[in-house]
Design a protein around this ligand. Structure first.
Ligand code: NAI
Length: 331
């Protein structure tokens, strides 16, 4: 049997954590033949709730779950972890300035980066979920210089899956028959959900989404804003964040990264930009990627029309501003 994989979830007592840890323990993230040891971190005010989650994990008697570490000590939490899913962070509260929220998260991600750098397993893969996800990941990368930059990513798979879902609803086709949408840029309302290269499997072979939808006004307007605003729409409806779909998408992100993307299919991941598609190098930016042997690579050579170009640039600009704001918090 394979050795168990140690998976860290920070913010594990929160909404997403509560949805995510049972998925991991059931094999949704790493497969039904891979045992896991869960490391759960939260902060002292949530320690009792975190212990309650641990009790439930015991009670659920998951066959794949070989151990649970529940702690408020970041060093203990990071020890030997192979995968780190960073869900903990400081949420924006009413009346708070953007800079104050950024400053709180920069200091959290700086210190957690140092703990991962010192205590995680070599080649640990990191997924940042907590907002501002791209910039938190960038700070984590800056303060964990011994973790290869290709190992530090952020979650835009939820946005990707939302885009697949919208196309599938619009065309009344199975979501599993839709593929190769792209989320470009920031996990924020400036993200660009792009269907230019997306296809649907039909009885007549793979057909472009644009041709089947045949409504560019919808694709270039309402579709984009629906995906961009979906998080807010879920909060309005549920009074809580989109925890179920965020947790499920985090599992998709890690699973595809570790196990590989199916042939002919790409997914969206927030990764360190190497300047592909004229996106400034050194930002964590969401690109279309394929994964193989535990490594992602950016899909190259896709055509970018003028409409898309503007949108790619706009979300890059926002990320550059966030980066500058984050650095001003460090100074
Ligand atoms: P939540 O508030 O229910 O849970 C957050 C948890 O993090 C809390 O238990 C809190 O005590 C903990 N926490 C705070 N500071 C911490 C620290 N320094 N170390 C460890 N834990 C800490 O929030 P929820 O709904 O679970 O969302 C978590 C984050 O994920 C938020 O930042 C949210 O904006 C983000 N999010 C990102 C999505 C994405 O697609 N990238 C989608 C949905 C949410």
């Amino acid at each position: 049997a394979k050795d168990p994989v140690r998976v860290l979830v920070t913010g594990a007592a929160g909404q997403i954590g509560y949805a995510l840890v049972p998925m991991i323990a059931r094999g949704v993230m790493l497969g039904a033949d891979q045992s896991v040891i869960l490391h759960m971190l939260d902060i002292p005010p949530a320690a009792e709730a975190l212990n309650g989650v641990k009790m439930e994990l015991v009670d659920a008697a998951f066959p794949l779950l070989k151990g649970v570490v529940a702690t408020t000590d970041v060093v203990e939490a990071c020890k030997g972890v192979n995968i780190a899913v960073m869900v903990g962070g400081f949420p924006r509260k009413e009346g708070m300035e953007r800079k104050d929220v950024m400053s709180k998260n920069v200091s959290i991600y700086k210190s957690q980066a140092s703990a991962l750098e010192a205590h995680a397993a070599a080649n640990c893969k990191v997924l940042v979920v907590a907002n501002p996800a791209n910039t938190n990941a960038l700070i984590l990368k800056e303060f964990a210089p011994s973790i290869p930059e290709k190992n530090i990513t952020c979650l835009t798979r939820l946005d990707h899956n939302r885009a697949l879902g919208q196309v599938s609803e619009r065309l009344s086709v199975q979501v599993s028959d839709v593929k190769n949408v792209i989320i470009w840029g920031n996990h924020s309302s400036t993200q660009y959900p792009d269907v230019t290269h997306a296809t649907v499997k039909t009885s007549a072979g793979e057909r472009p989404v644009r041709e089947l939808v045949a409504d560019d006004a919808w694709l270039n307007g309402e579709f984009i804003s629906t995906v961009q605003q979906r998080g807010a729409a879920i909060i309005k409806a549920r009074k809580f964040s989109s925890a179920l779909s965020a947790a499920s998408s985090a599992c998709d992100h890690i699973r595809d990264w570790v196990i590989g993307t199916p042939k002919g299919t790409w997914v969206s991941m927030g990764v360190y930009s190497d300047g592909s598609y004229d996106v400034p190098a050194g930002l964590i930016y969401s690109f279309p990627v394929t994964c193989k042997n535990g490594e992602w690579s950016i899909v190259q050579g896709l055509s970018i029309d003028e409409f898309s170009r503007n949108k790619l640039d706009k979300t890059a600009e926002e990320l550059s501003e966030e980066k500058a704001l984050a650095y001003s918090c460090l100074a």
